[in-house]
Design a protein around this ligand. Sequence first.
Ligand SMILES: Cc1cc2nc3c(=O)[nH]c(=O)nc-3n(C[C@H](O)[C@H](O)[C@H](O)COP(=O)(O)O)c2cc1C
Length: 337
Amino acid sequence: MNSDELTTTVWELDQDEFPADEPIEEQARFLLRYAILAPSSHNSQPWQFTIDEDRIQIFADETRWLEVADHDKRELHLSLGCAIENFCIAAEHFGFDYRIQYHDSGETDSIAVVTLHSDGNQSSDRPRGLFKQITERYTSHALFEDRSLPQPTRDTLHQSILEDVVSLYLIDEPGLKRSIGELQAEADQIQMNNSEYRKELGYWVGIGALGQSWLMARIAQSVVTHFDLGDRESQKNSELVRSAPIIGLLVTSTDDPPARVKAGQAYERLALAASADDLVTHPMSQILEIPEKRERLGTQVGITDGISQHLFRLGYTDESQDHTPRWPLERFLSTQL
Ligand SMILES: Cc1cc2nc3c(=O)[nH]c(=O)nc-3n(C[C@H](O)[C@H](O)[C@H](O)COP(=O)(O)O)c2cc1C
């Protein structure tokens, strides 16, 4: 397979192919096939990995950083956290213990190192059944059904948050959801009025990262890049917010790379737990990309001591959606950065 080509075949993973009798490097490589199915902003897949025996280093690949939309690298770090979480869930599934060290990364350091121990019998606090959901989860852009979340499901979502620095807000109060929908519309307008933002989004649409066929992707790229779709997008997105029975918000107590990576891990764990309960998730980043809107969101939700890191819709839908493509793992492996 050409490692430059985006493909959906990476989703067809067979756990029976785990190379149990091979050296630990080969096993780690297999686990990374689950890591790369993680969500990332604009499906930019901004990760890079090195494997050195039982040590797996995770780096940010800044060539895939969304410099315009994600000026402070919040989404970059969250996306890496999502990939790390998939890796750890897969490691645990195949019987490893592991330890994670987080780094307050400079440009060349890894953001985290996961060390595997093969004699593992680690009992995890994660909700059960997440491994199977790694290949099932997807981001939904559908209008959600008018159906509220049962209390046990809400409890599971709260139990998915295991990091001390991360807290979860589940917002279902109609007035507050309406205000967030309005903020979303304002943020969309600002972003879609920005030609640099449109150009950046158009690039990712154009290479097919967001999942259309090649021709459709080229047409969509030119539409996104050249036309101000602000009105249409903001109306659509604010409707999507209002249709969701719940808006989730992850907040951290500090705003450094390790806290954001942990928020990414928490989000992916929650998204997988949601998927196990037939729920779908949809991150909506525009509000958080604009400092003034991010602050207003915090005030509206009543956050007195913490930083909003990730906003998303949660709900039910019958509309199925194809998986978005990924680059093959080989593209993300290097011996040294
Ligand atoms: C940090 C982060 C921010 C995201 N922001 C948005 C967003 O603002 N709007 C959106 O539609 N999807 C957003 N997504 C979802 C990605 O577009 C999605 O994960 C990617 O296209 C891969 O598709 P999949 O999640 O279905 O596998 C975000 C994902 C992450 C991890």
